[in-house]
Design a protein around this ligand. Structure first.
Ligand code: HEM
Length: 497
């Protein structure tokens, strides 16, 4: 894989597991290994994460796979993952899919190597953009984007049409991050086809995933056409972002959003600023990282809510109780929706939409007193399997049950068993943003609609580095419209409009 080492002093070429894991032979691997190709029997290029989940179930909490001459170690057992969370011995590893995004996002926050100075600089400059105070400033904008979604769903409800859940959630979350972060409007709800930003982003993410499936030296040859298309996608994303930045510079400044911080804020200690090239990378990073994962989280949650009307009723009752009559809840009224949040937590347990992160040893060490690792050795943490470890989540770990996030249940579990937002210094900077946005939107939708599943739908999960329920559609029926049909009940004015 074309990558520099994560720390200057880590020996180069320490990437295939044979070099970093002296007792690799003790780690199980699939039984049928083909010469040159490796462990590809039964593997699909489209579903690498779900294949690894299947293998994980068969092979246990730590296992390895070989592909095109490189051996990779996968980890999901809760004891092992808890040990990997020790920041004094392990750190983020920029590998596989994340490294493949470097041509797109360079040393932007998500893809930066730990040693790159722009990581700390951007982290320190941008972290205040996710403070409570900043978040409460985003709240009215989140509400106004959500109103565009409900307008769209109201029209579908009136016409008796299905709603395209992943498509609409992607519009919502893209508009939300674009508006709150960069004062920009992509007009997603007014378009009949996805905005070119979304098309190019999906192209770039899919390409980054595809690169994992070809031997790195052969990628330029085997993926020549795809590589050209990817370069075009990256160029298009760059142009779109440059235009957003150009407009902001022309307009003076926004209202203290992320882009203002990127352009105007100096580091509190060193006085350094982000370079124009780095601003471009950060804008792309936030637009991509800030919407695809949240959109998937909302989509899975809506899927489960539609299948579990008793959970939807309980969540709805909470919304009615906490929000009372208002259609425009205050910022503080969102955090008080404890049960809605549990629905979201449970959906992210079963389908953490960023399904893996990598950790590397920053010193020679022994993982969980069992597996020696040399400095620079790394492993991929499979979050959906961690979240289904029967030792922690029980024999029914595949069952959807928001009560697993009841405070007493949470307290009874060991730490580091739930990691949808990654771990340590490089964990998700947008966690609170995503949770606030998704809780707010779920609550608004629950209050306004009954959600009816398509009886013929069976969950299929599509992968493009992130996870998404493919082809999920629901019927959203206005609740007030239904109440209107029940004799003797008060009719809300404009119920189904
Ligand atoms: C449900 C939604 C989300 C999920 C599941 C999620 C998940 C993650 C995970 C697992 C990581 C760590 C990756 C690693 O260790 O390699 C991460 C990092 C990151 N996320 Fe999120 N994320 C979500 C929403 C957001 C949002 C809304 C934003 C921005 C507004 C965002 C921005 C970032 C950034 C910039 C990083 C890199 C942080 C760093 O390395 O300093 N994410 N996210």
């Amino acid at each position: 894989m074309a990558e520099t080492t994560a720390r200057a002093a880590v020996p180069k070429g320490f990437r295939s597991a044979e070099q970093g894991w002296p007792a690799l032979h003790r780690i199980p691997r699939p039984p049928y290994r083909l010469p040159l190709l490796g462990d590809v029997v039964g593997a699909s290029r489209r579903t690498p994460v779900q294949d690894s989940l299947r293998l994980g179930r068969e092979l246990g909490p730590i296992f390895r796979r070989r592909a095109f001459g490189n051996e990779f170690v996968f980890t999901w057992g809760s004891r092992l993952v808890a040990d990997l969370a020790d920041e004094s011995r392990f750190a983020k590893h920029v590998g596989l899919g994340v490294a493949n995004l470097r041509p797109l996002a360079g040393d932007g926050l998500f893809t930066a190597y730990n040693h790159e100075p722009n990581w700390q600089l951007a982290h320190d400059v941008l972290a205040p953009g996710f403070s409570r105070e900043a978040m409460s400033g985003y709240h009215p904008m989140m509400l106004s984007v959500a109103a565009r979604l409900t307008e769209h769903w109201d029209a579908a409800a009136t016409d008796g049409r299905w709603v395209d859940v992943p498509g609409d959630m992607t519009k919502l979350t893209l508009e939300t991050i674009a508006r709150t972060g960069f004062g920009h409007d992509f007009g997603s709800f007014e378009r009949s086809r996805p905005h070119p930003f979304v098309t190019s982003m999906v192209g770039a993410l899919s390409h980054a995933q595809r690169l994992n499936n070809v031997p790195p030296p052969l990628a330029p040859l085997l993926l020549r056409r795809a590589g050209r298309r990817n370069a075009e996608d990256i160029a298009r994303l760059g142009h779109i972002v440059d235009e957003v930045v150009r407009r902001r510079r022309a307009d003076g400044h926004g209202d203290g959003d992320l882009l203002d911080r990127m352009l105007e804020t100096a580091h509190p200690v060193t006085g350094e600023r982000l370079s124009p090239e780095n601003v471009r990378r950060q804008v792309i990073t936030f637009l991509v990282a800030g919407h695809e994962t949240t959109s998937g989280a909302l989509s899975f949650a809506l899927h489960y809510l539609s299948l579990h009307p008793e959970v939807a009723d309980r969540a709805r009752a909470e919304v009615d109780r906490v929000w009372g009559d208002t259609d425009t809840p205050a910022y503080e009224q969102v955090a008080r929706l404890r049960y809605v949040r549990r629905v979201l937590d449970e959906s992210l347990r079963l389908w953490p939409t960023a399904p893996a992160y990598s950790r590397e040893a920053t010193q020679d060490t022994v993982l969980a007193d069992e597996h020696p690792m040399r400095r620079g050795a790394w492993t991929l943490v499979l979050i959906p399997m961690l979240h289904r470890d029967p030792e922690v989540w029980g024999a029914d770990a595949d069952r959807f049950d928001p009560d697993r996030f009841d405070p007493a249940a949470v307290r009874s579990r060991p730490p580091h068993t739930y990691k949808p937002f990654g771990t340590g210094a490089r964990a998700c900077i947008g966690r609170q943003f995503a949770l606030h946005e998704a809780t707010l939107v779920l609550a608004l939708l629950l209050r306004r609609y009954d959600l009816h599943p398509d009886p013929s739908y069976r969950l299929r999960v599509t992968e493009r580095l992130t996870l998404m329920p493919e082809g999920l559609r629901l019927r959203a029926v206005r609740r007030s419209a239904r109440r209107a049909e029940i004799p003797g009940q008060r009719t809300d004015s404009g119920a189904a409009s």
